[in-house]
Every structure is written in structure tokens, then in C-alpha cells.
Design a protein around this ligand. Structure first.
Ligand code: MG
Length: 391
């Protein structure tokens, strides 16, 4: 007897922290009345109090699936898409039809041009929750349903150094090194003295063998990015991330082919179509799918397309409660070409809100859990920070 979906619930989770993402606000960066501020270095909006969007799907027999997507900016928009539109097409369905459901929901809005953005974020949350249920109904971790486990553990690189001065950022990187990590990424918008000063100082602090990458936050023209890459090359960056505007695929192709550096992109992609456009044009060397945007179904499609083209996969990990990070680790374990995975320390610090130890990252490696589904269950503490969103 099939156990069908009975209910879809959407929650906004409060993930407030003392310091804004990427560290203290710089000169001229001000929080507006809605709580938003813009980083001058990348012209991108952030929010003072971080938050995320979580989906709980319940079956008739009471099996609970958890999903999550970006809720940092305008979370009510994504919640409305789920409550008003998508949940009606998910209720009554068999969770084992998860890929078919994903494709049906995707097709609903193509004609109207909704092939990205908030619409696919909403789909990602539902997709993760359905895979979680399929795993739980099978008694298996999701990676076993995705073709099986290639990795027992996955290398982790530390994401960002949210301190106010270069000296403090070097000290923070050093403290990660002392905790067994051998890779770190710095963010160019808050590298106050520029990319070259930042990587030079980090290289001197961390030594020749340490992996250092630079997130360029889409802030440059292709000419500027190629020049910056040339200037950073004496300090041997591991990879350069998101060097130019995502819309400029030809420009990205130029950077990938002329910079002499390893170019990594993908955190803003939603589907394999985004990946195809860049991979077919030889515009990147490493792909960085972000589970919070792709869901498990598209994450795997992107990963397999990258593998078929001999590209490495180093998944992205953004701010969240940890639900989409857990899903990302399950999918990553099922992709042979995953070489490392971003380590978003905020998920492991004050916001570590799960009842089990499914999310573990020590000595620079994530452990992959064998728990059924995606392997995490929100604790009572996390649930007390979740607000139900209704229409
Ligand atoms: Mg990035």
C-alpha cells in the first residue's frame, strides 16, 4: 500500500547571529528599515538577521520529510509559491515519484518564463523533503537511492573569514589550520586592501601547501578578472570563484581560457540547463552546485553532466539551518567527482539545531551519515525558532 503525501507546511526559521554574513558592515553600508543592507564590494543585498525557509512534508502514515531553500531575502515570496501553487500538486502523490513530480512542477510555469529564481527555490525545498521521505520509507540514506556511496568522508574547505581586519582574518584562518583544515576561501568584497594583499598575507600565514581560494563575487569585467588572476598567480590560488557576472557566458569563457587559473562557478544555478550553458562553452573548470537552489534532483543532474565532461565538483554551502547541507552531503557522497565541499561554519556553530550528530565535520572532513533519508531531524530548539507561514 502506497504511503501518499498528506500535508505540506512551510516555515521561516530565525537564524539571527551577532555579526552579519561576511563580517561587520563596512563604511557606507547601512541597514534599512526592512533589515536589508548592500555590500558595496559586490552590490548584493544581505539581511541583518539571517533566516531560512524550511518545508515539512507529512505522509498519511505520519512519515515526515524535511526540505529547505533560500529564505534569506523575501522568504514570504517563496513560501507563497509553495502554499498557493505547488502544495496542491504534491498532496496525494507518491514520494517515490520525486523526480517525476519535480519535472511536472517545473513544466507548470515554463510558458510564463519561470525557469529560475524563487520558483525553482520553492521546487528545491519540496524536492529535498520528498527525497527525505523516500529514504525514510526505504530505511536507507538518500545516497543509496541515488546510485550508491562513493565517499565515506568528504574534504571540507572553510568558507569565509568574517573578521574586520586582514590581521584578524589571517589569525582566524590559522585557527582553522590548527583544527585540521587545509583549505580556506576568502571573499573579495570584504578583502579591504584588495585580492592581492589578502592572498599574499594568507599565503605567508598558512604556508605553501595550504589551499587558498578567492570568491570574486561576480564583481568584475572579464578583463579585470583576468588581470586580477594574473596578479594573484604568484600566491598560487586553489581556484577563483564567480569572477564575473553570471549572465556573461562569453566573458566567463574568456576568463576560464585566458586567466591561467582554475575557475569555479555554479552556486547561483538552479538546473542542469544552467550548467550545460557554461560547460558546453568551456567556461569553467570546477562546478559548485548549491543544494538550496537545486534540490537533490537537479544537483545530481548537474553533477552527472559535470562528471561526463571530466570536471571536478566542489559543492557550495550557503547560510541555512543545515537541512540542505545534509542533503548536499548525501548527494555529494553519490557523485564520484566530488573533490571537496564548502564548510559553512555558521551551520555548525550557534545554529546547530539537530537531534542527532548527522552533520559532523572535524579535522577538515565531513563524515557521511547512514541515517535514513537526508539524516537530520530538527531539534525542539530549532522548532521553537520556526514560524509557520500560511496563505
Ligand atoms: Mg560564492
Amino acid at each position: 500500500m502506497k504511503d501518499l503525501v498528506e500535508k505540506v507546511e512551510v516555515y521561516i526559521v530565525d537564524l539571527s547571529q551577532d555579526k552579519p554574513y561576511l563580517g561587520s558592515l563596512r563604511e557606507g553600508e547601512k541597514v534599512n528599515s526592512a533589515g536589508y543592507f548592500v555590500r558595496k564590494g559586490n552590490r548584493t543585498v544581505y539581511v541583518k538577521k539571517n533566516r531560512s525557509l524550511v518545508v515539512r512534508i507529512l505522509t498519511k502514515d505520519g512519515v515526515e520529510g524535511w526540505g529547505e531553500t533560500y529564505g534569506i531575502i523575501a522568504p514570504q515570496a517563496t513560501a507563497a509559491i509553495i502554499n498557493d501553487l505547488l502544495s496542491g500538486f504534491v498532496i496525494g502523490r507518491d514520494p517515490f515519484d520525486v523526480e517525476a513530480i519535480h519535472d511536472e512542477l517545473y513544466d507548470l510555469m515554463r510558458v510564463r518564463g519561470y525557469t529560475g529564481g524563487f520558483y525553482l527555490d520553492a521546487l528545491a525545498a519540496i524536492d529535498i523533503a520528498l527525497w527525505d521521505i523516500a529514504g525514510k520509507l526505504s530505511g536507507l540514506p538518500v545516497m543509496k537511492l541515488l546510485g550508491g556511496q562513493y565517499h565515506q568522508e568528504i574534504h571540507a574547505y572553510v568558507s569565509g573569514l568574517p573578521e574586520d581586519t586582514l590581521q584578524e582574518r589571517c589569525a582566524l584562518a590559522k585557527s582553522w589550520q590548527e583544527r585540521g583544515f587545509n583549505a580556506v576561501k576568502f571573499a573579495l568584497p570584504v578583502a579591504d586592501d584588495g585580492a592581492v594583499a589578502e592572498i599574499k598575507e594568507l599565503r605567508e600565514t598558512l604556508g605553501e601547501d595550504f589551499k587558498i581560494c578567492c570568491d570574486m563575487h561576480w564583481a568584475h569585467s572579464s578583463t579585470e578578472a583576468i588581470e586580477l588572476a594574473r596578479q594573484m598567480s604568484p600566491y598560487n590560488p586553489w581556484f577563483l570563484e564567480a569572477p564575473i557576472a553570471t549572465e556573461d557566458v562569453n566573458g566567463l569563457q574568456n576568463v576560464a581560457q585566458q586567466s591561467g587559473q582554475t575557475i569555479a562557478v555554479g552556486e547561483e544555478w538552479r538546473t542542469v540547463y544552467d550548467a550545460r550553458l557554461r560547460i558546453d562553452n568551456k567556461a569553467c573548470h570546477v562546478v559548485q552546485p548549491e543544494m538550496g537552489h537545486t534540490g537533490i534532483t537537479q544537483f545530481m543532474r548537474i553533477g552527472r553532466y559535470a562528471e561526463a565532461h571530466n570536471l571536478d565538483i566542489i559543492p557550495h554551502a550557503t547560510i541555512g539551518s543545515g537541512i540542505f547541507l545534509a542533503a548536499s552531503l548525501q548527494a555529494s557522497a553519490a557523485l564520484k567527482s566530488v573533490k571537496s565541499h564548502e564548510f559553512q561554519h555558521s551551520v555548525f556553530g550557534p545554529f546547530r539545531h539537530f537531534t542527532n550528530d548527522a552533520l559532523t565535520c572535524e579535522n577538515g572532513f565531513y563524515t557521511i551519515t547512514d541515517s535514513p533519508g537526508i539524516g537530520v531531524e530538527p531539534s525542539d530548539k530549532m522548532k521553537s525558532n520556526m514560524s509557520l507561514v500560511t496563505l
